[in-house]
Design a protein around this ligand. Sequence first.
Ligand SMILES: Cc1cc2nc3c(=O)[nH]c(=O)nc-3n(C[C@H](O)[C@H](O)[C@H](O)COP(=O)(O)O)c2cc1C
Length: 263
Amino acid sequence: MNAEAMSQLMQAHRSIRQYEDRAIDPALIDRVLEEALHGSSSSGNLNMVSVVKTRDRERKHRLCELHFGQPMVDQAPLVLTFCADTFRTRQWLALREARAGFADFISWHVAGYDAIILAQTAALAFESHGLGICYMGTTLHSMGAIADFLELPPNCLPVTSLVVGWPAEQVAQRDRLPAAAWIHDERYQRPTTQELEARYGERERRGRERYLSLGPEMARLWQEHGITSLAQYYTSKIKYDPDRFAEDSAALRELLQARGFGA
Ligand SMILES: Cc1cc2nc3c(=O)[nH]c(=O)nc-3n(C[C@H](O)[C@H](O)[C@H](O)COP(=O)(O)O)c2cc1C
């Protein structure tokens, strides 16, 4: 692939939330995943990742429930759960009578980064085949329950999931913050109020429009919760509620401890 084709692939990215009722060739799934691992850097080349494929409708339905009922988990023919996995590596170490390791908080991050890097390489690769994807951030909030459902061993936890399938919707490209907001030259540049206004203003207008265009229910909820701006929406009870995040963060800390990543 040349630079132009790569550029076009990235420009064509959209999260897809509606899918055709059509399976993906199993050989294509495995090929993409295998190539994606080759195409991803890996800490120490230890490949401390596992990916669980879910295609069975009933099992996908249970995953859908664990992903807070997001309908694309039911609809897409494939759900991929990307796991930070030091279990297999630790088994190998034991087999070779090496010192035990990788059962600590740093290893959780190391394996988690590998899993996320792999997920994004796979996402681009699936998109290059005309497939659509959507990340499932709910993986972080249901981590323990998903781990149990997929029968993950200790030292192995899901960090993200992708639904994958043939797109059944045309989606407009979503904007991103302008380069000046996040690319820094040599030193971090804290934005002034005027710069914040300039960089977020248009985004707020369009984001607000987009959410309110989702239907009268959303407009009603904004009113009920006293939300008057996009910023207020993000940390309201109906989006990324800081109280729920605090509760789920506490549960996550306990889970990491219980599953061997707490030390
Ligand atoms: C880690 C992560 C988690 C996400 N979780 C969800 C999710 O649970 N549900 C959803 O509809 N979209 C989810 N998304 C998709 C984002 O909403 C989407 O990437 C963003 O709005 C930008 O749109 P685009 O991907 O179409 O450019 C997630 C994206 C990322 C990177």
